[in-house]
Design a binder for this molecule. Sequence first.
Ligand code: FAD
Length: 121
Amino acid sequence: MANAEVLIIGCGIAGATAALRLARNPDRQITIITRASDAHESNTRYAQGGIIGRGPSDTAELLFEDIVAAGAGVTSPKAARILADEGPQLLNEVLERIASSDRQGVLAEPEHFVEAQRRAA
Ligand SMILES: Cc1cc2nc3c(=O)[nH]c(=O)nc-3n(C[C@H](O)[C@H](O)[C@H](O)COP(=O)(O)OP(=O)(O)OC[C@H]3O[C@@H](n4cnc5c(N)ncnc54)[C@H](O)[C@@H]3O)c2cc1C
């Protein structure tokens, strides 16, 4: 590990995504570590699979308020603002890619977290 070219701390979706991206260069030496005794143990393991977008009568401001409420006091307002402003467009791009590869992205009922709007895909 002392000689690792890249050291990634954490085996959740963020660490795994970084590792996969960096592994596009097969010569790169990547080490990934976690504090958990089971490498699968992380928040990512428990994620329900919903991706927050923006519903038909939704606004960035309502989405921002829901994200902050769902965070129960620990949400970074700056991060929530970026997610509320930029996330829906990025999700649309993902859904368009899925649709063009023969699968459908649909908006689920607003039961995810404390959502006031239909917006989870
Ligand atoms: C019950 C539940 C349901 C959820 N449902 C959804 C959902 O439907 N949609 C959605 O988008 N999100 C959902 N989430 C949130 C989502 O799981 C997280 O936002 C996401 O998994 C975070 O990924 P991450 O890689 O940043 O962190 P994590 O998955 O938490 O991974 C962090 C990693 O870092 C390691 N680590 C932490 N501290 C240290 C340290 N000091 N030294 C070494 N390693 C360390 C951990 O062991 C772990 O491997 C849900 C979360 C929970 C708990």
